[in-house]
Design a protein around this ligand. Sequence first.
Ligand code: HPA
Length: 273
Amino acid sequence: MSTLVKQLEETSAYIRQFCKTVPSVGIVLGSGLGNFTSEMKVECEISYGDIPHFPVSTVEGHQGKMIFGEMGGKKVVAMAGRFHFYEGYSPQQVIYPVRVMKMLGVDTVLISNAAGGINQNFAVGDLMIIKDHISFFAINPLLGKNEDDLGPRFPDMSEPYTSALISKARTIAERLQIPVHTGVYTGVTGPTFETRAEYKLIKVLGGDAVGMSTVQEVIAAVHCGMQVFAMSVITDIGIREEENRITHEEVLQAAKDAEPKLTSIFTHLIREL
Ligand code: HPA
């Protein structure tokens, strides 16, 4: 057994010892989107700092804990706070929690993030269901020796975001009268927001939104055979010609304001899985 698989087993064994919930759905919460867990019937919480082999979250707006419980009749685990490459974590550390979720029994992962709008039809506070992604200098977390116990050397990426979940979410959004876009997320390393020229380049490349997370987690989830659904909250419009400074504070605020819409769609989607 590889060192990594041994560590994943130690991590999961530790978690299982504290928490009897066996989750089938995993949720990764983005910047300013941590309140989602108030909709859960919480059964158990574990701080990242207490979990063996787990990195520790440092960014403002993240709580840094795994929260287990029930939602919409499903057993779920939510990660309030994720690990970003820009914080100095290795790509393997960034995806560690996704792999732990898999070890704990999760087969479907729902991911949220705050993202900059590239598509000129987007406005701050809009939601975008991610139908595909472009990795724009985000380092592939599967580089190096393949972990054959987890997944294949060359994972297919023709449908990283499960189309059945996208259709279901679109139907739910329509029913709830929540407008949603569907588009391509471009994953960058950050921590700088993009230059004007970069926002324009991402548009030319075919990106509708841009953010500093998600891509590596999705690659890990696809690698180990999970179904994936992901949604962005558009927190700023980078591509504007006019004066256009972007701050972390405005990103957090916009995410917080849009959170109820995202929570509603996630909650209904979980119920209907
Ligand atoms: N660019 C990159 N990441 C982001 C942005 C952005 O404009 N907004 C929120 N996360």
